[in-house]
Write a protein that binds this ligand. Sequence first.
Ligand SMILES: [Cu+2]
Length: 337
Amino acid sequence: MTNLFLRQLHLTLRCCALLIALLLPLSALADTWQLQVGAQNGDKAHQALAFLPNEIWIHSGDSITWTFQTNEVHTVTFLQPGQVRPSRFAGCPSAPSGVTPDFSVFDGTACVNSGVVSNNSMLASPPTYTVIFPVTGSFKLVCLAHPNMTATIHVLALSTPLPHDQAFYDKQANRQRADLLSDVMTSAHNHPGSNDVTAGVGHIMGNGGGTQTISVMRFMDATKVIHVGETVEWTSAEAVTNHTITFGPEPDPLNQIPPSANVTMDADGARHAFITSPSDVVHSGFITQPPQDRIGLPQAPLSVTRFRVTFTQPGVYQYKCVLHDELGMVGEIIVLR
Ligand SMILES: [Cu+2]
């Protein structure tokens, strides 16, 4: 009698344990974490090119929803380990148009990509992208539009307690956003000589989750008044972000990187163009820093960080950065006789 009772109790307990084991993952599946992509100040000049925050610990089965906050474009992209980084236009080679749908599953075996997203119309509820993480491991998150914008997602087994809650990540996002947007070095950038324009300032910041960038998407001293025959020089003070100096209509988006045919190279490697009429079309191509060198890889060559234009006729000459004109990165050269 006692034995039978014990057996029944044992069976009941096993059933209960099984039921609990089945129910636990179901309740854990309900966890959706909220993170941010990018931040900007009021006039859109200061852009935090960053996942906010850029490190999180979650359980397998959880999902993360990223909200895109800025006029500047970003992507939420998980590449396979070792996958060659595609352009932001190409995205995941396996997916139609390079984009995988909202609520894609990332388990490390196939690329997941939101595609290029911005909050350009400043919607009250900005666009979001959600990814589900069923498998344990630590995964690298990248933005295909910005090389030094990375994050780490730690996916832990259900039995492992999580170190932080959503309130912690909200606080961290606010602190990282404030730190990036108030970066003293970019705000207090020195203004150079009378015919010199600084074409963007940007710094990379590192932390345990990866790298974040703060960029000022502006020409400093964008308006110049000069005389016929003088030369204006634009210099990039950007760590990573590309800019252009473009007079006249924008080239096709896929043809923005090279300069227009009327741009030559000076002896010191800077690009140079002559403008003889306000209707001239001149495009600097990307002025940018070369990528950082890494042990075991061929050294990256120097890149072009300066662009010079000599003006031979009086007039008013408007220019812009084709990548960031919508954020207000425009200027004007007034040439007097
Ligand atoms: Cu730009």
